[in-house]
Design a protein around this ligand. Structure first.
Ligand SMILES: NC(=O)c1ccc[n+]([C@@H]2O[C@H](COP(=O)([O-])OP(=O)(O)OC[C@H]3O[C@@H](n4cnc5c(N)ncnc54)[C@H](OP(=O)(O)O)[C@@H]3O)[C@@H](O)[C@H]2O)c1
Length: 305
């Protein structure tokens, strides 16, 4: 990864921090895209010290505010003349229903919409840097989004449960990855998703996750793997040479994994893509669309590696 530019969102703790550390250790110019600058500065210093290679830099990113997402993309475009990997890692689960700065439901806004907007704003740079990669951190929790997305209530206005909203946002990560990989099929930019495993990170621990789900989240902590182990699949998918042309995949434990049937719906992937672009337009933060790619790609679907 020497000299390659890698952006990791939510690198201020947990899986993102260790993903950034692992990629910095491989010599990458590692950009931590974080909402809390002072926390991110401490982490950046630690990574510089522990990695002993690569360059570690910071960029501000609050995925709950599309103005911040656009500023973050603008900074990256100004500062770097290439982008080899973006790891869409940041995410969370919230018990009471909250809203982003633009009034979108928080889980959907942070876990899906912000990352989709950021990725599309950076796609031209990814293209000119190809071969390049988009890695999105999803979760096995997408299996709990039984039957698929509720397109008539993407903002969970009728009924809200933190766990259900989280499961749907992680399904959205997979549908986004599927559609992106298909639209970028001939471009040399791959798009894959990962499940990190059950990880003893800051996930759900900031006081926002209450009730039975919050209690359960605390109960299983001793059984969970370390953030370092949880970062292994993200690092693998972001950097393994044998995956350079593999796209549209879902990986866990550093190998292809099975998605739920509702994550394999090409119709839902296209519908979510259009609905998300429409929402971004509606709230005043449009991003460039990506036309479907011409055929003739040398990219391979995951599983054929
Ligand atoms: N832990 C698990 O068992 C597990 C399992 C499956 C999938 N995942 C996924 O793994 C990813 C990383 O989670 P984690 O387990 O490492 O949890 P974590 O320790 O809580 O880290 C989450 C990261 O996301 C950042 N973040 C949250 N809201 C943000 C926003 N509005 N804008 C920018 N950054 C924001 C946090 O920033 P702050 O430091 O400022 O809070 C933090 O850096 C998430 O996508 C999660 O869904 C986790």
């Amino acid at each position: 990864m020497d000299g390659r530019v890698v952006v990791v969102t939510g690198a201020s703790s947990g899986i993102g921090e260790h993903t950034a550390l692992g990629l910095a250790r491989q010599g990458a110019i590692t950009v931590l895209a974080c909402r809390n600058r002072s926390k991110a500065e401490v982490v950046a210093d630690r990574i510089r010290h522990e990695a002993e290679s690569g360059t570690v830099e910071l960029v501000d990113l609050d995925l709950a505010d599309l103005a911040s997402v656009h500023r973050c993309a603008g900074t990256i475009l100004d500062r770097y003349d290439r982008l080899d990997v973006i790891v869409n890692n940041a995410g969370g689960i919230w018990s009471p229903r909250g809203e982003s700065a633009q009034g979108l439901e928080m889980t959907f806004a942070v876990n899906h919409m912000g990352h989709m907007a950021l990725t599309l704003l950076l796609t031209d740079l990814l293209r000119t840097s190809s071969p390049s990669r988009v890695v999105t951190v999803s979760s096995v929790a997408h299996w709990m989004a039984l039957g698929g997305l509720r397109f008539d209530d993407l903002q969970s206005e009728r009924h809200y449960s933190g766990l259900a909203a989280y499961a749907r946002s992680k399904l959205a990560n997979l549908l986004f990855t599927a559609e992106l990989s298909s639209r970028l099929a001939a471009s040399g930019v791959t798009a894959n998703a990962v499940h990190p495993g059950p990880v003893r990170s800051g996930f759900g621990m900031d006081g926002d996750l209450g009730g039975l789900v919050g209690w359960g989240n605390r109960l299983v902590r001793p059984l969970e793997i370390t953030p370092q182990a949880g970062a292994a699949t993200s690092i693998y998918v972001a950097s393994a040479p044998e995956l350079s042309a593999v796209t549209g995949g879902y990986f866990a434990r550093c190998r292809p994994a099975r998605t739920a049937p509702w994550a394999r719906s090409a119709a839902d992937a296209a519908r979510l893509w259009d609905a998300s672009l429409h929402l971004l337009d509606q709230v005043g933060y449009p991003v460039p669309d990506i036309a479907a790619s011409a055929s003739g790609s040398d990219a391979r679907p995951a599983g054929s590696a």
